[in-house]
Design a protein around this ligand. Structure first.
Ligand SMILES: [Zn+2]
Length: 157
């Protein structure tokens, strides 16, 4: 695909994402999730108040800052690294998340796209590589949400 076509599609996507209906849907989705663990997991917000950011850099694809976390929540003061090497345990979660994504990639490429065995395995590897920063973040978020619950009082303080 020529570069100009790629730019064209990228711009179409950006325009679609900015259409009021999609913006409204996104807001509604986030409103429905607010107060649940899923909100904290998908937005990387503090698991206690859902207000402060856990990571210094919000975009996980700025890979040099992928793991850089604030020490405390800017809103409620929660210490994110509950104990030394707390996020070591997130490795177990990332294993599960990785396997789930690999299975999904395989099912889509093998059964739906009919890519054959070799290309399906290639599709798994590419999917895991491309999603790696997201898997790392989501795993950490799931891990901390195992131990810490949402607290409405602290959120509204
Ligand atoms: Zn907080």
């Amino acid at each position: 695909m020529p570069i100009s076509d790629k730019l064209y599609f990228a711009n179409c996507f950006k325009i679609f994402a900015k259409m009021p209906i999609f913006v409204a849907l996104k807001k509604l989705r986030m409103k429905l999730l607010k107060g649940t663990k899923l909100y904290s997991i998908f937005t990387s917000k503090c698991p206690v108040c859902h207000k402060g950011d856990m990571y210094v850099e919000n975009n996980p694809y700025k890979v040099t800052k992928l793991m850089k976390m604030h020490e405390f929540c800017s809103h409620c003061g929660k210490k994110f690294k509950i104990e030394p090497s707390f996020f070591f345990g997130a490795m177990y979660v990332s294993y599960a998340v990785g396997v789930a994504i690999a299975v999904a990639a395989f099912i889509i490429s093998f059964f739906f796209l009919d890519l054959g065995r070799n290309y399906s395995f290639l599709a798994i590897i590419i999917t895991l590589a491309v999603l790696f920063p997201i898997i790392v973040r989501v795993s950490r978020n799931i891990w901390i949400n195992f131990f810490v619950d949402y607290d409405r009082e602290k959120a509204e303080k």
